[in-house]
Design a protein around this ligand. Structure first.
Ligand SMILES: [Zn+2]
Length: 279
């Protein structure tokens, strides 16, 4: 099992290398490297990452936000493909197998517009992955948080079923937000995960999760909540993480769970880890 954080937690103030014992003391063993501004990791950090892998840490890489394979601008798509190849080479050199990316947007937000964007994204991925040796690297399209983003549950399933190297990144908070508060019970969450399992069983085994609570409005995501924080109107923050952990258990899913709770990633991750380890 992997439970961890996305990027260096706000509450951590020391050196990068000393963050790992700090995480480990909380039972955490996962770190998602935030390549927000490009697939670049300094030599020093690369050495630390390799060392920590030997000590039992699991790493994933979050692709830069400007990667947009679903864009209708062909220049953006071409550049995104080249960027993605650089990311794959970097991941391979570090022995990291998971690259998380946003399917993007910029298309017309209609059924037709979205289908066209998804077709284009699938073609772009299948093309780029055929041009290089992927090694053990797999690409994880992530559920988008806003209704206008590509990356609904059905779109993620569609991409993963049509792209050999794509696996699902299910951000349960984004899913809840883009469906305007859909995950109101454990049963509903279980239904959603069961849908993925049924559609792409061989990919489901290597599913990747982002889990935390989120504030949303009628266009989907507004803001990640802090762990334990209520919605601005006083309602309890959702989706319910206790339900999430118990669904993982019931469905016998091997967890790789990253917390993106606002300023409290390590607290959210520890909360889920402890629940999982206890039950
Ligand atoms: Zn993301």
């Amino acid at each position: 099992m992997v439970f961890g954080v996305a990027g260096v937690p706000t509450n951590y103030k020391g050196k990068f290398e000393n963050m790992f014992p700090w995480l480990k003391a909380m039972g955490l063993n996962g770190f998602e490297i935030q390549c927000t501004y490009g697939f670049k990791i300094s030599e020093d950090r690369q050495e630390i990452i390799k060392k920590m892998m030997n000590e039992g840490f699991s790493f994933s890489i979050h692709a830069p936000y400007y990667i947009n394979l679903g864009s209708l601008n062909s220049a953006v798509v071409a550049r995104s493909k080249e960027n993605m190849k650089e990311g794959i080479a970097l991941a391979k050199s570090l022995n990291i197998n998971r690259i998380i990316f946003h399917p993007g947007g910029g298309h017309e937000n209609s059924e037709k517009g979205r289908a066209r964007a998804i077709n284009q994204l699938v073609d772009a991925i299948n093309q780029l992955t055929s041009e290089i040796d992927m090694g053990n690297v797999r690409l994880y399209p992530e559920i988008g948080g806003k209704t206008a983003n590509l990356g609904s549950l059905d779109e993620i399933i569609d991409i993963c079923s049509r792209c050999k190297f794509c696996y699902p990144c299910i951000d349960i908070a984004h899913l809840h937000a883009r469906e305007i508060g859909s995950i109101t019970s454990k049963e509903i969450l279980k239904e959603k995960l069961s849908k993925i399992k049924k559609a792409i069983p061989e990919k489901f085994e290597n599913i990747h999760f982002h889990a935390y609570t989120i504030n949303y409005g009628d266009k989907g995501e507004i803001k990640h909540l802090k762990h334990g924080e209520n919605m601005p109107d006083g309602r309890v923050g959702m989706p319910n993480l206790d339900d999430f952990i118990s669904v993982l258990k019931e469905m016998k899913i091997e967890p790789w769970v990253i917390s993106e709770a606002l300023d409290t990633q390590e607290i959210g991750a520890k909360y889920m880890h402890d629940l999982y380890a206890k039950a």
